[in-house]
Design a protein around this ligand. Structure first.
Ligand SMILES: [Zn+2]
Length: 288
């Protein structure tokens, strides 16, 4: 299986699909990341060229950590992604060349214009992937890939999970991939969350990583404790398991489903390839 994960910005993919990416790789599948923009908007002190260069290096590190191909459209400025005909055709060609079985991207209702437009561009390209007269320079696909939307917290309309994946086995890799986005998790996002002053110094990497995780989550941590926890990325990924506990139990059975600590959730996009209920159950299902 080949899975193409498309985010508007570099950290989006690691945050939403990093555990699944590592899990797929572990099970012998192919994973490719695409960041539609160059990330040049993501800093409060650095100029666009400065932060773009830093993030390019961070993405290279993520590619190495996860063993994946990581593409960045370096000519598309952060905060300037638009769902134009030109971008649709560029995406159509890109997806045809990648020829994935599954694509994962943003929903089209989201707080960030870049996320919305990325979701829209993929959605607009989805049917055209099989239309030979559209972008005839790249052979059309014979079959539309399955398209999934990654989890978000927006409620109007609400995100409805179709596939919830146990990522306990790869949570450390996911957290390391998230951490590799140093300019974001320890600087820009910390700044926007009003937490920059709390970030431990670079000279103490252990304290930094602990701060990043927010809380130590063990097999005995309850869903209520997770819900009550204030911050941290381990907490965030555990919250997905707590949020979709019923779905996890349905998918993995009472015993395993109740014990899953960390999860990622995806919703099937109805404009992508068809997926039967049986196929949905099998998608990204890995025995432990
Ligand atoms: Zn983003």
């Amino acid at each position: 299986m080949k899975v193409l994960m498309i985010g508007a910005h570099q950290d989006d993919i690691e945050l939403r699909c990093g555990g699944l990416a590592a899990l797929l790789k572990k099970n012998g599948h192919e994973v490719q990341f695409l960041s539609v923009s160059n990330g040049s908007g993501g800093h409060h002190r650095l100029s666009r060229p400065e932060i773009q260069a830093r993030r390019a290096a961070e993405s290279a590190k993520v590619a190495e950590l996860l063993g994946i191909r990581y593409d960045v459209w370096s000519d598309v400025e952060d905060c300037e992604i638009q769902a134009t005909l030109e971008m649709r055709r560029r995406m159509t060609r890109y997806i045809r060349e990648a020829a994935p079985d599954v694509i994962i991207t943003h929903r089209t209702n989201d707080y960030h214009t870049d996320h919305r437009n990325t979701g829209m561009i993929v959605q607009d390209a989805s049917y055209l992937l099989i239309v030979p007269n559209e972008c005839p320079d790249v052979p059309a696909l014979l079959k539309t890939p399955v398209i999934l939307h990654s989890e978000d917290a927006f409620t109007n309309p609400p995100f409805k999970a179709s596939v919830v994946v146990d990522i306990d086995e790869t949570i450390d890799q996911k957290l390391k991939a998230v951490e590799a986005n140093v300019s974001q998790v320890y600087e820009w996002l910390a700044f926007t969350n009003g937490e920059e002053q709390d970030v431990p110094p670079e000279s103490d990497p252990e304290a930094r990583y602990k701060w990043l995780c927010g809380m130590e989550i063990t097999k005995d941590t309850t869903d209520d404790e997770i819900r009550a926890a204030k911050r941290g990325y381990a907490v965030r990924f555990a919250r997905t398991a707590a949020r979709f506990r019923e779905e996890l139990i349905e998918r993995y059975g009472e015993e395993r489903g109740a014990k899953v600590r960390f999860a990622e959730a995806f919703a099937v996009c109805e404009y992508g390839g068809r997926l039967t209920e049986e196929q949905k159950k099998q998608l990204f299902f890995f025995e432990k």
